[in-house]
Design a protein. Sequence first.
Length: 156
Amino acid sequence: MTDARTTAGGTAPAGPVSTLLCADCGKKNRIRPAERGSPHCGACGKPLPWLVNATDATFVYEARSSVAVLVDLWAPWCGPCRVVGPMLENLSREYAGRIKVVKVNVDENPGLARQFDASSIPTMIVIKGDRVVDRIVGALPPNELKMRLFPYLMKT
């Protein structure tokens, strides 16, 4: 869903709605992309693991963020992608509030695959402040991936 909705107070921000599960209390939270800050649980106030799916149509909304955005270009048939996926879920929980993981299925979104030149998958792109700052091709062991991403996970 990418169009704005009208509310009692005016128009809600545009962008897709994602449901994020709080790792602390288990509450489901419906959120929209935000350029500033990061999502927090409506029940307990803790930072939410920010992992969302994006399409060619919704990526522009999801890629704008004040925290580092890790774009995971993957496909369901890719063995290494199935290894990286759970690692990224864990990273989004461990560094809730400091990273946003945006998953893009390259089979369903060829425009983004071309835009990021994802000729091999998994390809992970780190975006910070509207700029690509790192590119990781292939599956790294969990500790190596964390070390590679560590500079972008620092609190600012």
